[in-house]
Each structure stands twice: as structure tokens, then as C-alpha cells.
Ligand binder design. Sequence first.
Ligand code: IMP
Length: 442
Amino acid sequence: MATITIVGTQWGDEGKGKIVDILSEYVDIIARFQGGHNAGHTVYLNKQKYILHSIPTGILHPNKTCIIGNGVVIDPNAFIQEVEALKKLGVKIAPENLRVSKRAHLIMPYNCTFDLEREKKKGKNKIGTTGRGIGPAYEDKMARVGMCIGDLLHEDTLTKSIQNALPEKNSLLKNYFETQEISPETLLEECKKYGDILKDYLADTSVLLNKAMTEGKDILCEGAQGTMLDIDHGTYPFVTSSNCIAGQACIGLGFGPNKVDGILGVTKAYTTRVGNGPFPTELTDDIGKSIQDKGKEFGATTGRPRRCGWFDAVGLRYAIRVNGLQTIALTKMDVLDHLDTIKVCTGYKWKGETFHDFPYEAKILQECTPIYKEISGWQKTIHGTKQYEDLPQKTKDYVKFLQDTLEIDISIVSTGFERKETIFINNSLLDQWLKLSNRLVN
Ligand code: IMP
């Protein structure tokens, strides 16, 4: 298995949480490499629902090490609350099994205010952010006025950083957003308090990971959000503020690109999007509503309803290209059980032109007409099916059609929320990776 990166291929919420959870059993370390608590990875275990935001999904496996890399942004207050909430559900979380990179940047209280206030000012043109301060925290990192979580351990560095950042922030808070300024003394005291609570979790996680690789440990790099939300490759400006694609695993964790052995993309059997922005295959009719209801398509972080639509093979081919995907986990297949016809978008038409490559222009994505291939639905429940052979022929035809259209291996078909409601496809790439590391799927 060695080092495998898992990423979302659409607009997030593809079911990465479940896939990372089941694969965590076969590795030693699970490491998050970007995003923050805007992410919401939902995992069902024995009917108990767990929602992870900043903490890697692998934490639900008590004997694994979880790492939060330098590419993640952390709101210390939200992080502490998440740890406490998971502990209450019986999840083991301690500095022995959760290590946080000292280089991860902090989300400060003013980052959150900026995020919310900017969205208010944008009105109907808002991005539809999660309002968690993610974008402003990454901005501060790039503007070199950010604070690393490791700074919490050094009062002198922290004091200087706060003095460096606050005058500009306070001026904007007071004059532009017309909200309350932040006192440097109060902020410093708050940060010191967080430092006391978090100090034992902090480490140089790049050293830990590279050492683990040398020792032959198996590692899962866990992406958040999805390709179409990537700051460089997504549907800009309706994107998140980090790179969500596979290349970011190296940057956000601190190892070389030559260390990654495999890249797996997680893809829903249809498409969803939360927040604003173009969505060529969106369904605003009863079919969309039925997918939303059956798929429980409501945001894990904000509870917002997710927009639903047909599978977009143009977008997927793009995700395969920019991530270098080698294999795919197809999730939420059972949500399509009730449909008599299923559509897959194979191209876009715009002003007489046909696009098979995902266009850069948001305008084209907004105005194009999808070209659909219609596929007959299976209209039987496949919920909970565990063996590929037990799927109806029409479900297999849908999987085969996607595989041929996308020209990629499919390793997993997920048929329900629970761990056991999963089909591992024999001789898929993932199967081979697991066999190579002698960690066979039973
Ligand atoms: P932000 O990441 O909070 O700045 O939000 C920017 C865009 O990314 C918005 O459209 C959000 O809805 C979307 N987004 C952020 N995190 C997730 C996620 O985990 N799943 C789906 N969409 C997300």
C-alpha cells in the first residue's frame, strides 16, 4: 500500500470520509494535508454518526496515528471543541495518536469576521463560504501576516505577530466592516490559553512522516473538499482557498512527490455542490429533489441543502487529469436505485461549439447545455450489497459505462453509509495495492 493519496473529484462531499475510514484499517498513518474545519467528513459506525472537521477520519481507528499537516488551517477553539465532542462519543484522542504540524496556520477570530462580513457585503454575488474564516486565514499566510500554531508555544513570537497583524485588521474591522476591534492583550491571552491546551499535540510532522516512510509504514493522505473547489484548478472564484488536488499532499505534509505510490479519487455516482457557482448538470426538478432526499444531501458543516445533478464525465476526466488519478471509488450508488433513467454528461454544447475538455471559463460552464447519454436505471434496491456479482446487471452496466467513458479503473462501489456496505472490486488497482502490502481485504 505504501503512500496513497485520496482526493475528492467533484465539489466535495463525495464520501471521502467513508472511503478513508475503511482504508484506514490497512495503513499505519492517516494525514490531512489542506483545508480546515470547513470540511465535514461524515462516517457511520454501528449506526453512530461521527462528523470530522479538522481531525483526520482515521481517528476512529484507535491504533492508528493521525497527522494534521502544515497545509491545514486550524481554528484552535473549534479544534478543541471537536476533540472534546469526539472524546464524548468514546473516540480515543491523545497526543500519542494525533500529531499537529507546528507549521499549520491559525485561523484567528478576525479571519472569521472578515469571511462573514465580506459575504454579507457581496450580497447575491457571495461565494457561499462556510463562514469559518478559511479564506482569510490562507490570505494571511500568503501575505506573511499569519500565525503558525507552533507560535502558540512562544509568547515573544506570538506578541510580535499579533502586533504586526492587528493594526491593519482593526482598521478594517472598525472602518470597513463597522464591527468591533480586537484588543491585542485579549487576543494574546486567548492564544496563550490555547497553547497550554494544545502544546502536547504539536510536532514537526514532516520529520515524523518521512521517518515512517523510511521504516516502510503505510500512509493515507486524506484530502478535503474536491477538485472543482481547488483554488487553482476549480471553478474560480467559486472555490475554497486551498489546493485540494493530489499534488498538494506533498506540500501540505512535507515530503517529496516521488514518495506517493498511488492516487485514488472519490466520486459520487451523481454530482452535488454546496454554495454558489456554476454547475452544468444541476437538476432543479423533482429528480434532483429525490436524489437530495435519498442521498441526505445536506452539508455536514453548515446543514445547507446540497444542489444535486447528474454525473458529469467532462468534469471527472478533468479531475483524472489534474490529480493524476489511477483509480476511483464510486460512492452513493444506492441513491440512484429508484430512477428509471440515469443520465451521464459526456460533453458540453455552447454557442455551436462542443466541449469534451472542462473549460476554464465560468461563463461557459454557466451557459452550456450538457450532452447526455441516457442509461437505463436498475430500479431495485442495492443498498448494503457487498459483492459485485450480486449487483443487478443494469447497475453493473452503469459502472462499466463510467469505467469506459472515463478510461479509469474502479476499485470500490459504495452501497450505503456503513463501513460494511461496500464492494471492493477484485483485481482493481486498490486490490493490488492492498495485496502488495499484505493487508488483504476480507
Ligand atoms: P470556504 O472553504 O468556507 O471558503 O467556502 C468556499 C466554497 O467551498 C463554498 O462553496 C463552500 O460551500 C465550499 N466548501 C468548503 N468546504 C466544503 C466541503 O467540505 N464540502 C463541500 N463544499 C465545501
